[in-house]
Design a protein around this ligand. Structure first.
Ligand code: FAD
Ligand code: 2HG
Ligand code: ZN
Length: 486
């Protein structure tokens, strides 16, 4: 493929034939097989318009049994596949590289059960995250995860990428909140582990292997997840600060003074808000008078509004008195609450409006977060490519302070080897120097697989490859991705 000159289609995979198509049509409903070109456009291209496959078919099973038949057939016939949920992934994992068959969970969107005593929700993998959260809201519960992509991403995709997001600080990762999974293995075996138990120490915890496996070991068809009670009192505040030291000071204090009610601590820089203001309606929601070098969005969630309000206002007053923040606003109603979150959640989309974005998702120590951003700025500037009208528009830093996760975004006019060579491997070496992670929450996909060694030792990568070979001996599951070739 011209799209990926450095990759070769594996000869071990068969090409799709009319016979294969007839078989798929015989087991799936008419809406379960699509070869329509327009339809395929959306499935072959990723959210960023960065990755592009050439699949000729998308299959949408509507039951676990259908999924099992499809996968078994593909495995028996050495047809490569790529599982796809909402196609919001940011590392090129959910779209084909060549002609892999796209297997979508779009037709699997039933909520199977909800236990209002334990909070255990059991649902199909194709349920949209926001739909689940709205369903739980009616029952006084909340999904333990939330992302800007909630309106499109599927819970199966969330589990497959081990998505982090905006509530991880409070409710922890999916490795803790997922109670059970139903997974179809490449040979068609249905692994039924949809447990709703909070505790279960009987044997290897196999579900953990699929959380974050990005479609390389099997297809998740069902998810059992522990939903916490929805907090009665929720506050959100937006703060303007002058330095990154102040951001850290505000975070430290929030742990002391807001402690058990703190439910999010997000930061973004001036470049972020400028892009949001330039490209999105959400930019008009900024209630602060001036533009600040740094912003913090704090959310509290608790059970007693008076108690939370008092804590938050004492905390904010202290920050203002000690000149740790320059300005701050607490949302006064639901609309303003949503508006403030929309600014933070809009940064990804605002960056994308520029054209192409070089996106890095790093775990590094919080004290060096902004040094990374500034070093990258200096580096691009030195090479003469940074600034208005140049190849790179700006360097944007934001992310989940509470989780030690920096999002470094570099919006540019297009993707080029020259720019990539300025950024990489510099960014990975920088991260490795601090024993950080080159993928904090977005995953490896096609983008990061060659760089895995910056975060994992040779013996760990070897063991990962053995697991992959054992579970997917024909290598049909999402090939060319996740693990490095050599
Ligand atoms: P897809 O993109 O369709 O697939 C992602 C990967 O999972 C692929 O490798 C695919 O093959 C595999 N996969 C999908 N479904 C299955 C399945 N059922 N079984 C096995 N494998 C499967 N991520 C974060 O972690 N935190 C964030 O805050 C965050 N915010 C985002 C905001 C925006 C605006 C966008 C566009 C993305 C954001 N993301 C974030 C990226 C995130 O990984 C995805 O949004 C989400 O988890 C992927 O779900 P999806 O259903 O879209 O999966
Ligand atoms: C977020 O935290 C997402 O908003 C997306 O993880 C980050 O666009 C990004 O780099
Ligand atoms: Zn994020």
């Amino acid at each position: 493929s011209e799209k990926y000159p450095y990759l070769k289609r594996s000869q071990s995979f068969k090409k799709l034939s009319d016979e294969d198509i007839s078989y798929f049509k015989s087991i799936l409903s008419p809406s379960g097989v699509s070869q329509d070109e327009e339809d395929l456009e959306a499935f072959n291209n990723d959210w960023m318009q960065k990755y592009r496959g050439q699949s000729k078919i998308v299959l949408k099973p509507s039951s676990t049994e259908q999924m099992s038949k499809v996968l078994k057939y593909c495995n028996d016939n050495k047809l490569a596949v790529v599982p796809q949920g909402g196609n919001t992934g940011l590392v090129g994992g959910g779209v084909p590289v060549f002609d892999e068959i796209i297997i979508s969970t779009a037709n699997m969107s039933t909520i199977r059960s909800f236990d209002s005593m334990s909070g255990a929700l059991v649902c199909d993998a194709g349920c949209i995250l926001e739909v689940l959260d709205n369903y739980l809201a009616e029952n006084g519960y909340i999904m333990p995860l939330d992302l800007g992509a909630k309106g499109s991403c599927h819970i199966g995709g969330n589990v497959a990428t081990n998505a982090g997001g905006l509530r991880l600080l409070r409710y922890g990762s999916l490795h803790g909140t997922v109670l059970g999974l139903e997974v179809v293995l490449p040979d068609g075996t249905i692994l039924d582990n949809l447990s709703t138990l909070r505790k279960d120490n009987t044997g290897y915890d196999l579900k953990q292997l699929f959380i974050g496996s990005e479609g390389t070991l099997g297809i998740i068809t069902g998810v059992s997840i522990m939903a916490p009670k929805r907090s009665k009192a929720v506050n959100v505040a937006l703060l303007g600060l002058s330095t990154f030291e102040q951001v850290q000071a505000a975070y430290k204090r929030s742990k002391d003074e807001l402690s058990e009610i703190l439910s999010a601590f997000e930061f973004f820089d001036q470049a972020s808000i400028e892009l949001v203001k330039k490209h999105l309606a959400a930019g008009n929601n900024d209630p602060l008078e001036a533009i600040h070098p740094f912003y913090v969005l704090i959310e509290t969630s608790g059970s007693n509004k008076d108690h939370d309000d008092e804590k938050l206002s004492n905390y904010l007053e202290g920050l203002l008195t000690d000149e740790i923040v320059q300005d701050g606003v607490v949302a006064q109603d639901t609309t303003q609450f949503k508006n403030l979150w929309a600014i933070r959640e809009g940064i990804t989309e605002a960056c994308a409006k520029t054209g192409s974005v070089y996106k890095y998702d790093l775990s590094i120590p919080v004290p060096v977060f902004y040094q990374m951003v500034e070093d990258m700025r200096a580096r691009l500037d030195q090479q003469g490519v940074l600034g208005q009208g140049k190849a790179v528009e700006c360097v944007v830093g934001f992310g989940h302070i509470g989780d030690g996760n920096l999002h470094l975004n570099i919006p540019a006019k297009g993707y080029s080897e020259a720019i990539t060579d300025i950024i990489e491997p510099y960014v990975y070496e920088w991260t490795a120097k601090y024993n950080g992670s080159i993928s904090s929450e977005h995953g490896l996909g096609l983008f990061k697989s060659p760089h895995l060694h910056y975060s994992k030792s040779p013996s760990m990568i070897q063991l990962m490859k053995r697991v992959k070979t054992m579970m997917d001996p024909n290598g049909i599951m999402n090939p060319y991705k996740y693990l490095p070739e050599n």
